[in-house]
Design a protein around this ligand. Sequence first.
Ligand code: NAI
Length: 733
Amino acid sequence: MLKVLRRQLHTFPVMADKLRFDGRVAVVTGAGAGLGRAYALLFAERGASVVVNDLGGGRHGEGQSTNAADSVVQEIKRKGGVAVADYNSVEDGHKIIDTALNNFGRVDIVVNNAGILRDKSFARISDTDWDLIQRVHLKGTFKTTQAAWPHFRKQNYGRIIVTASNSGLYGNFGQANYSAAKMAVVGLSNTLAIEGRKYNIHCNVIAPTAASRLTEDILPPDFFAELRPELIAPVVVWLCHEECEETGSIIESAAGWAGKCHLVRGKGVILRQKLTDDVILETVRDKWPEVIDMSGAERLESIQEASGSLMTALEEMKAGGAVPTGQKSVSGQYSYTNRDLILYALGIGATVTDPSDLKYLYELHEDFAAIPSFWILPGQVAMMGSGLIGDVVPGKEVDFSKVLHGEQYLEVLKPISTSGNLKSVAYVADVLDKGSGAVILVNIESFDESGEKVAQGQMVVFAVGCGGFGGKRSSDKQIPALSHPNRSPDASLSQKTIEDQAALYRLSGDYNPLHIDPNMAALGGFDRPILHGLCSLGFSVRHVLKRFANNDASKFKSVKARFSKPVIPGQTLRTDMWQQGNRIFFETSVVETGSPVISGAYIDLVETQNVYPNRVSAKALKSEEVFDEIEKRMMANLDKAKKINGVFLYKITQNGQEAASWTIDLKKGKLYKGDPQGTKADCTITIEDQDLVDMAKGTLNPQVAFMKGKLKVKGNIMLMQKLRSLTTEESKL
Ligand code: NAI
C-alpha cells in the first residue's frame, strides 16, 4: 500500500476551496478515542456542530466512563469548535440522536464508529462474546441510524457512515464474531443506500486500518506508526459532505490511501441444456472450473441486474432447446457506448455532409441512434474466438483461416439503448454438407440488461474443405436469401468507399488481419486487404433506409444478405433497390467492375403510415428514376463528372407547383434530394416532372422546351451544356 502511495504522490492536487460543514450537525459514535476522535475533530474544524458519543468502556466492552467523550469535547472547544458529549451506548442509539436534537435542533450526519473486540477462535466463542459484538456493531448501527432516519427524510438530506473491517471483507483468524458483525453492516448499508436515494440520504461503508487501542496488539509495530487515524478522517468526512455523490460504496482506507471495494461475479455457466432438464451432480463437477472462473467477472450494480442475468440464463436454456444434441452454445457480453455507435456509423460511410446522417454521428443529437446493422456486432463478438464451430462438422476440424462469412440475417425486436451491455448467445442450428465444404448455421440471440431479447439473427459460415461427411444438403432452419423482382431497380444509390474504409471499420470489432495486413491479404489470394462483408452490408442498409425510410433507423425490422464477392477499399458501392410492400430487395455491386458483391438480399421495414415518404413522392414524381439514372452514370464516370465542376439544382414542378428539388453536386460527386447543402447552385433548372421524363426519353427536345418556357434555366447556362456531355445521348439532359 505504501508503494502505491509513493507512486501516486506526484499527482496530489493543489488545495482547492475548503469544504465546510457550517450549519450541519454530525453525530460520531465512539468518538472518545481512535478513529472516532479524529472524525469528530475534523468535522468541528470544518464548522459542524458535533455530538461526541462514547460509552467510555474498555476495549472488550467492559465498564463505562464520561472521560473519553469529555476530553474530546474539551479539545474541540479549545480549538474554537462546537461540540457536546454523549455517554450513551450505541445500543440506545435514539438517546444519542436526542442529544443532537436537544442541543442543536437537528441531525445531518451519523458516523457509526463505536466498536469493541472479543477475539476468540471460533470454537471458543461464548454466547456472550457473540451477542455483545453483534449488539455494539450491528444493533448499535441500526438503533442510532434508525433514530436519525425520519429527520433525514423530512429534511431531504442525510449522510450515514457505517464501519466495517477487513476482517469482515476478507475474514481473519480469531474474529468470527467480529467479522460477522462487520459484514452485516455492509448489507445494511447496501439497502440504506437504496432506500435513502430518493431522500438524498447517502450511506457508505468505511473499512479502515488505523493505529488505535483495538489494533495495538494486532498490527506490526513498524506499520502501526504509519497508521494515524487522522489520515483516514478526511476520507470519512468527505463522504459526509453535501458535494459528495457517493452512496452504497465500500471504501477502504489506511495510511493516506483510499480505494473502493466491491463484489464482483464471474460469468458463470449454465448447468443444464434445456429448461426441461435437471441439473446433474456430475455436470456440476465437470463444469466447476467454469463456475468459479473469474476472468471476465463483472460488477452487478443492483439486485435487478443480478436477476436480469438469471433471466438471460433462462433464455439461453430456452435457446438450448434448439441446439442439436451434442452441439454447444456460447455466450458473450458486449458493452458499448455512444462512441461505438458513431465509430460504426463512420465505418459504414455515414457522413456529416448528409444532414440526415447527423443523428448517427452526434451523441447529443435529439434523435441519436444506432444504424440498425450495428446490432449484428454483439453476436459476432460473442462468436469470435469462442471455438463454437471448431468441432461441429463430424470427423473434421474447421480451419479458421478457411472459413468464409457466407450470409447474414439480423432482426431487431425492440428499440435498444444507445449505450449499455448486451449478452449474446450463439448456437449451431445446423450443419450442411455442400461437398466442397460445410455450411454451418449459427443462430444468435442478444439480450439487454433486463434479460429481454432485443435482437436475433443467423450467421451462415462456409467452411472450405469440410464437406463430404455424408450430411444433408439443405435445412429448413436456414433463413433463405431471396431473389429481387425481375425488373429494373426502383431506386439506386451509389457511394464511393474510402481507401481506409476497412482500416476504419475494423475498429468496430472485427480485427481479422485480412482486412488490414497486405501479407495476410496476399496469403488469402488478394492483391490488397479487402473490405469486411459486413461493412459493405452496412452501406446498403444505410442506402435502403435513406431511400425508403426517410433515413429513420426505427423503421428497420430485419435484413438478410448473401456475400458473393469481395470489395476493395476505395471502390464505389451501388445499392440497387426494389420495393415490394414493406420488403425492399437489394443487390449491391462494385461500380468500377460491375460485379455484384451482395445478392439475394432484402430489408424488411416496419409498416407504419408514413414509412416511405421518399417512395410516396417517387411514385408521384416519375422524375426520380431519371435522377437514379444520372447518379449511376455520374458514379461510373466520376472523374469526368468532377471536371465539369458545377452544382446543379433541379426544381421539379407538378402542375406548376414545386414538388421536389434535387441537387447534382459534381464538385463533390454527389446527387441527393433537396437543395444544395454547404454550397450554392451554379445553375438552377426548373421543369415539370413529366417534361423531364420526356426529355430523358428523347420525346421532348430541350431547346424546344426552353423556347416554350417549359425548361427554365437560371445561372450558368454553359454548365448545363457540359452536364449534357456527361449524360449519354439518349438521356438528353
Ligand atoms: P477505539 O477503541 O480506539 O475506539 C472505539 C471507541 O468506541 C472507544 O472509544 C469506545 O469507548 C467506544 N465504544 C465502544 N463501545 C461503545 C458503545 N457501546 N457505545 C458507544 N461507544 C462505544 O477503536 P478504533 O480503532 O478507533 O475503532 C473504531 C471503529 O473502527 C470500530 O468500529 C472498529 O471496529 C473499526 N475498525 C477499526 C480498525 C482499526 O484498524 N483501528 C480496523 C477495522 C475496523
